[in-house]
Design a protein around this ligand. Structure first.
Ligand code: 13P
Length: 288
């Protein structure tokens, strides 16, 4: 199946009270593992690409070509959206040009008027090409590709302003943090989440920092209108752990265990496994 916009899969998820996972990709192994997981779980999926990962993979056009050809080669038939994660204004425009089917414009560090003006421009451009758009209000805590913010809670009125522009999905800070959650983390703020959902008239909401959030909080967030959950760190952790175990067991020194196709296999399998688990937890498994 060709790459699709995220609009329809998120509307279905919102109506059906489940969430679609956005799993960030970093290279070929990551992409292959996530696509195979989605196919096996019969789940829609969003592949997230940060600007840093885009550079690492030698540019957005390379990413588009790799993902398209991989979908074809592997016979992936579930809906897949290729999505820019935390895009700048110029980054979003570049991905719209390069063939992404979904973009996030993260204007949360601008004041609300500037965020509105820039979001509007990206929305017009993307929607004219059938590309879905995520915008953000209020910072998400933690650090990602050098972008930092500290677990802000978004203002529901500001959310209403951005949602009213016609965004397909809205990211709003509700106490979530990128990366590992600190031991003293207060948890998601469901009061704010409920207010945001009311103020935005049921817009599909996005939960960033999906790694390490307890299952009961995930379930409650979905109940209150979260239709997309971003996971990156957990895939990185399981990949690193499986690779470390392989090397510590000396397997890279047995036969041709140093062959990258062998060396990277346990990590790739570990990503596939955790992605399937997340799809089951988020309720998107079986919904393709
Ligand atoms: P984690 O790395 O905490 O899973 O967050 C991912 C994310 O929100 C990407 O935008």
């Amino acid at each position: 199946m060709a790459l699709v916009s995220a609009k329809e899969m998120l509307e279905k998820a919102h109506a059906g009270h489940y969430a679609v996972g956005q799993f960030n990709i970093n290279n070929m192994e990551w992409t292959k593992a996530i696509l195979l997981a989605a196919q096996e779980a019969n789940s829609p999926v969003m592949l997230g690409v940060s600007e840093g990962a885009g550079k690492y993979m030698t540019g957005y056009k390379t990413v588009v070509a790799m993902v398209k050809e991989m979908i074809d080669y592997l016979g992936i038939s579930v809906p897949v959206a290729l999505h820019l994660d935390h895009g700048s204004f110029d980054g979003a425009k570049a991905c719209i040009e390069a063939g992404f089917t979904s973009v996030m414009f993260d204007g949360s560090h601008y004041d609300i008027e500037e965020n509105v003006a820039k979001s509007k421009e990206i929305l017009a451009l993307a929607h004219s090409k059938g590309i879905s758009v995520e915008c953000e209000v209020g910072g998400i805590g933690g650090e990602e590709d050098g972008v930092t913010s500290c677990g802000e809670l978004a203002d529901p009125q500001e959310c209403a302003k951005i949602a009213g522009l016609g965004v397909d999905m809205l990211a709003a800070g509700i106490g979530n943090i990128h990366g590992k959650y600190p031991a003293n983390w207060a948890g998601l703020d469901f009061d704010v989440l409920g207010k945001i959902q009311d103020a935005t008239n049921g817009k599909p909401l996005v939960l960033h920092g999906g790694s390490g959030i307890p299952a009961d909080q995930i379930a409650k967030a979905i109940d209150l209108g979260v239709s997309k959950i971003n996971v990156n760190t957990e895939c990185q952790l399981v990949f690193a752990e499986a690779t470390r175990k392989y090397i510590e067991a000396g397997k890279d020194q047995e036969g041709k265990g140093y062959d990258p196709r062998k060396l990277l296999a346990p990590g790739t399998e570990a990503i596939k496994k955790i992605v399937i688990e997340k799809m089951e937890e988020f309720g998107s498994a079986g919904k393709a």
